[in-house]
Design a protein around this ligand. Structure first.
Ligand SMILES: Cc1ncc(COP(=O)(O)O)c(C=O)c1O
Length: 408
């Protein structure tokens, strides 16, 4: 099959590495996958050929409410009439910081950047300045800027095999990768670098989120004992597992946290927030420079204000849990009925497609291809949004039944 999308995608590769600025978006199956999309509405996207997909990628996370969600788009349009970015602090900047402090337990102060990775880098600088230590331990992927540790994650589910090309060894030596729920390995790092670790940053492992029940409290205790800061990467978990992410869900408060995907329904905005005594270091007299022309860009802040208001006033995360259970529980039943050794594991708002013992190496990809062919767009981690109605999920499961059957 040669689609317009696939042909145009092949052409764009001449000008655009990966055919996308986001490595994870590059189509692995360009003949069936929507290689180029042109539009989204609610829970559906359309590709260059006009094919419609019920979409569970949600922009790889940020579309928490749905594509072109009216209340958010209205807020963006209203702000557009009044200007995008200013040479003075805009009213919305303080308002959204106050909202973040209201909603997020660790947030005594909050500030804005554009991407999750950039905001994590800001937290690392704050932690180093606060502790006077240089080393950082990272559990999981924290954005490309921070993919520095040999063996660390350079994508949410892919580890570096050695030193990352383009990263000086002297810099890499200050970063250490540690696995999810690997307390013993973490203790060894603290023993190997006594008094030198500024912070432990943790992004959850989606397939095994339940381990957070014991892992997060243990991380809190260990970092406190060792005088290191604890930083939660809530870029995916925030506004999804619970409004304030894993810190709300598991009841463990970090020193600093980053929220990004989910806070502005797709507009580019990241919040770094946390303890006043740490955050104050990037304020006047604190000595730590973190600053960007676009941090207070008003269209994204208008979107964030609308999104945060909806999360505060409606039970969005409860809805994501319930719809996730319907969708992924339903898909798991299809896999089981047809004896296909795949399963969605983890929490319903952000489960991971997992190959079970006995699965062929290419089974997950064959399933994703079969799903695309039926008009359903999934990913290794798939998400329901606030726009996935019961009828949409019933239709998605109906479309997926023959996809699963074709693998049986
Ligand atoms: C857990 C996690 N942390 C950090 C990032 C990086 O965020 P951004 O792509 O906005 O820099 C991602 C992006 O996928 C992520 O999933």
């Amino acid at each position: 099959m040669s689609t317009q999308s696939a042909r145009r995608y092949a052409e764009t590769l001449q000008a655009l590495p990966y055919g996308s600025s986001t490595n994870s978006k590059a189509p692995r199956l360009p003949q069936v996958e929507p290689a180029i999309v042109v539009r989204g509405k609610g829970c559906r996207v359309w590709d260059l050929d006009g094919r419609e997909f019920i979409d569970f990628r949600n922009g790889l996370g940020p579309i928490s409410l749905g594509y072109a969600y009216p209340a958010v788009d209205d807020a963006i349009r209203a702000q557009l009439a009044d200007g995008i970015v200013f040479g003075h602090p805009h009213r919305l900047e303080g308002e959204v910081a106050e909202l973040a402090c209201e909603l997020i337990p660790c947030a005594e102060m909050a500030r804005f950047l554009k991407t999750g990775g950039e905001a994590m880098a800001a937290c690392f600088r704050l932690a180093r300045a606060f502790t006077g230590r240089d080393h950082i331990v990272q559990i999981g992927y924290n954005g490309w800027l921070n993919s520095l540790a040999p063996g660390g994650m350079f994508r949410p589910s892919e580890a570096l095999t050695g030193l990352a090309p383009g990263v000086p060894a002297a810099l890499a030596q200050l970063h250490h990768a540690c696995g999810w729920n690997q307390l013993a390995a973490l203790r060894e790092l603290f023993a190997a670098y006594p008094g030198q670790i500024a912070a432990v940053a943790v992004a959850a492992s989606y397939a095994d989120m339940a381990a957070g029940t014991t892992f997060y409290p243990a991380l809190r205790e260990l970092t406190r004992q060792e005088g290191a800061l604890l930083i939660f990467d809530e870029i995916v978990t925030g506004f999804r597992v619970a409004t304030a992410g894993v810190q709300e869900y598991f009841g463990v408060t970090p020193d600093l946290a980053v929220f990004a995907k989910g806070i502005a329904n797709g507009m580019p905005l990241a919040v770094y927030c946390g303890r006043r005594d740490v955050m104050a270091l990037c304020g006047p007299g604190g000595g730590v420079t973190i600053s960007s022309t676009y941090g207070g860009e008003a269209l994204s802040l208008a979107a964030a204000k609308a999104v945060m208001g909806i999360y505060r006033d409606e039970h969005v995360c409860q809805f994501l849990w319930r719809q996730g259970e319907t969708m992924w529980g339903g898909l798991n039943r299809l896999f089981a009925e047809h004896g296909v050794p795949l399963a969605l594991r983890g929490f319903w708002p952000c489960p991971q497609l997992t190959a079970l013992p006995g699965a062929a190496a290419d089974l997950a990809n064959r399933f994703l291809a079969a799903a695309f062919a039926q008009g359903v767009s999934l990913y290794s981690v798939s998400y329901v949004s606030y726009s996935h109605t019961d009828a949409d999920l019933a239709e998605a499961l109906e479309r997926l039944a023959p996809a699963v059957q074709s693998l049986a």
